[in-house]
Design a protein around this ligand. Sequence first.
Ligand SMILES: [Zn+2]
Length: 281
Amino acid sequence: MIEEHTIGEFTLVTLLDGIFLCSTDMIKAAASEEGAALFKSAGLPASGPVPEPINAFLLKKNDELWLIDAGCGRELGPRFGKASAALLSAGYALDQIQGVIISHMHEDHVGGLIKEDGSALYPNATLFLSHEELAFWTDPTAPEKHPQMSQAGLFKLANSALTAYAPRIKALPADAHVIPGVSLIPLHGHTPGHSGIQIESGGQRVLIWGDVIHSTLLQLRYPHWSIGFDMDPVQALDTRVRLLERLAHEDMLVTGPHVMGIGHVHTCCAGGYELKLVSRT
Ligand SMILES: [Zn+2]
């Protein structure tokens, strides 16, 4: 099933790339009584894990087609990398995509930008990302400063993707308009230039919040539960707490690369939040 929402002139289509198992190794605070209660409330074993999605998104306005993130490609094995197939099965061609807006350059967001031979999977697309994100991944001293990420091949992958799109990369200020109605929103911490993408049209707004949340089950109820992949855990936590507080008071729909569905954030249960999903619009 293809999940599709209308935001004024835009249509946002979720492209499921795969399902990952979010474990207590990733969110360590969930290895607790509170975590067990949450897992059980979702019908899961008390020690988890919880299945969560990896999504890319297609954004459409008339015959203009954009992607928001690109999924894993071949990076995490054969259970992942389905975003481009979802795009094709929705009736679109890869060469119709004119731009890809990247929240950040982790492998589950940019692996799907390139083919096995390293060339661009979306041959006519321009790559949009924040200045800070581009600067971080292209800093020649960064791999040395982040040896684990370097060993995991993250810098190599990010730079392969950047090379493939090299003549067509647009680095933007942290809160820039990408196109009319679509803006970057600085949500730094998960990575140095990590960005949300906000779509606004016809009086409606949707925020795709990037990797502020990796598990809606665990991190909405307990926003201070962080995931091990946050590069700056203090900043990422601050970003998440402030954003959820703001969203609880705003009429803004939200979704994300690791969110199933789209909905509104509401306060609940003593300091926590919940996502009230809306049906297809
Ligand atoms: Zn991610």
